[in-house]
Write a protein that binds this ligand. Structure first.
Ligand SMILES: *Cc1c(COP(=O)(O)O)cnc(C)c1O
Length: 528
């Protein structure tokens, strides 16, 4: 008996193909004709497992070997290689592949068309934005996670305990109590958004889940202009509106002016609004500045506000005894979001959210039926705690790469790497300061160095053009990948050190190349 012997009731699901002949009056094949069709299909049941395991094994071993070689030799390759038009077209112009091309052929195309043309963040000379690098133990664990392919809503399985444990280690190192719950998410944006959802649920003053924002007061949230763009997107998405995101001015070191925060909250209350949360940042994306989290926590306590800390990369300094002081007060937050794919160097994607009040976290997202229903046996024993802490139901096994890597190398190795990056940022800023043709454009607060090329007699406009040219050329020639930012109207290069492969010589080369390219392009300033 085959799975494909359908009852006559089910037959209508298959639209009879052109080969089906002899329809009955109602458009169904006669029983005799169906027997023929079913038998034909039953002999070749389909599957996606390899037809020939031994040849697939050989290919799989090649993939692993090639992957390891790629990383081992990444230092010798350009930091960035833009995809040539011809390759881009080869990918984009392909028709829908209805027929098989074969495993090997696709792998060959990957090697040729995909692998070389990446954004560069696995290179030792990549300092753009804040992107981690990944490492072999991390990607091998990801492969194993993908092989197991468990469903991480929760359930009675070891992967669930692995995720709980990873969250718990960060909880402990960041000084949160045992009432804390957490969740691994795809990135900092999602972790922060999820934290703000809990804040809104707890602090709105009415049942947001039941009533929505229909007829609600303006629920105001406070953040500095240096806050990452996830905050605006979240206000849009939550229907709270950008108008409710109150921008608190910064001090000259790009941290939030806490006195201004206090004033603004009181003004909003007096105006009849409902302040709910403050977003503090540990490590801003522009300059690496960390808000005075202790002082912000005081304001939150006085004014009954939720403190969410966006610690996308900066929160991780909490694992270093030497740098921990920078995030003093973070352990007073109601929630904190941080990435493991930035300053824990794990392959994309992986971030973590911690919420001090685990019950509030669950109540924000659960539908009472899900967690109250007790199953004490079988696969569903213990319920679906992770699905009850966020909006995703089907979740992959992100925790495995974190768990295996943290155990393999120990948290101290990661703390050492974070300290090394901070030391490198200081070294780079000193090199910049020593060069007459370069200028530091922001104080180095952590691991981000903003600088620009300067030459006497050039206008702001010329310098902005020139520095943008330097940026393009560094990237296009594959020399290095810094990113850029604009500080007080000045276009500058920005190096964010979250790279475990970077060496001192790479930074010397960045300084040297920036000067050389600046001099080279100075002769071709656009005519006015
Ligand atoms: C990167 C970053 C984010 C966003 O995190 P993703 O992982 O890219 O979603 C948020 N805040 C800060 C400060 C960041 O650096």
């Amino acid at each position: 008996m085959s799975y494909l012997s359908f009852s006559s009731v089910q037959r209508h699901i298959f639209n009879p193909g052109p080969q089906t002949t002899g329809r009955t009056a109602r458009g169904c094949a006669t029983p005799e004709q169906n027997v023929g069709m079913v038998d034909e299909r039953a002999v070749t049941e389909l599957t996606l497992d390899p037809a020939d395991w031994e040849s697939f094994r050989a290919l799989a071993h090649r993939m692993v070997d090639d992957a390891l070689d790629e990383i081992r030799t990444v230092r010798d390759k350009p930091a960035y290689l833009a995809p040539p038009t011809e390759i881009k077209r080869r990918i984009l112009d392909e028709a829908v592949p209805l027929e098989p091309q074969g495993e090997e052929a696709v792998y060959e195309q990957f090697l040729e068309d995909v692998l070389p043309y990446r954004n560069g963040n696995i290179s030792p000379r990549f300092y753009g934005w804040v992107m981690g690098n990944g490492f072999p133990m991390g990607f091998m664990a990801d492969m194993l996670a993908s092989m197991m392919n468990p469903h991480l809503a929760g359930l009675n399985q070891s992967p669930r305990f692995v995720e709980e444990k990873v969250i718990d280690w960060f909880r402990e190192l960041m000084g949160f109590p045992e009432t804390t719950s957490g969740l691994l998410l795809s990135g900092g944006s999602m972790a922060n958004l999820t934290g703000l959802a809990v804040a809104r649920y707890v602090k709105a003053g009415f049942d947001v889940k039941a009533d929505g924002l229909w007829q609600s007061k303006l629920l105001t949230v406070y953040a500095s202009p240096e806050t990452h763009s996830w905050a605006k997107k979240t206000m849009h998405l939550f229907g709270m509106g950008e108008r409710a995101l109150r921008l608190v001015p910064c001090n000259s070191d790009f941290t939030m002016d806490v006195d201004a925060l206090r004033r603004l909250v009181r003004e909003d209350k007096a105006a009849g609004h409902k302040p709910i949360a403050v977003l503090g940042t540990a490590g801003t994306v522009n300059t690496g500045a960390t808000d005075d989290l202790d002082a912000i926590a005081d304001v939150c306590a006085e004014e009954d506000l939720w403190l969410h800390v966006d610690g996308a990369f900066g929160a991780l300094v909490a694992i270093s005894p030497k740098l921990k002081h920078i995030v003093k007060g973070m352990d007073r937050a109601d929630s904190v979001g941080f990435d493991l794919h930035k300053w824990m160097y794990l392959p994309f994607e992986c971030a973590c959210l911690l919420v001090r009040d685990g019950e509030a976290h669950r109540d924000t997202f659960s539908n009472s039926a899900t967690y109250l229903q007790i199953f004490d046996r079988g696969v569903v024993a213990g319920g679906i705690p992770f699905a009850d802490r966020g909006i995703e139901l089907t979740r992959g096994f992100k925790a495995l790469k974190a768990w295996m890597s943290l155990k393999a190398y120990g948290f101290n190795r990661f703390a050492g790497l974070i300290e090394q990056n901070v030391a490198q940022a200081l070294a780079l800023s000193e090199m910049v300061t020593r060069e007459p043709l370069l200028e530091l454009t922001a104080p180095v607060a952590l691991n981000i160095v903003c600088f620009r090329f300067v030459a006497p007699g050039l206008s702001l406009e010329d310098l902005n053009w020139l520095n943008q040219e330097i940026l393009y050329m560094l990237q296009e020639r594959g020399i290095a990948v810094p990113s850029s930012t604009v500080l007080d109207g000045r276009f500058c290069l920005r190096a964010a050190l979250v790279n475990h492969r970077t060496r001192h010589e790479d930074l010397e080369n960045l300084v040297k190349s920036s000067i050389e390219l600046g001099k080279e392009r100075m002769n071709s300033l656009p005519a006015k």
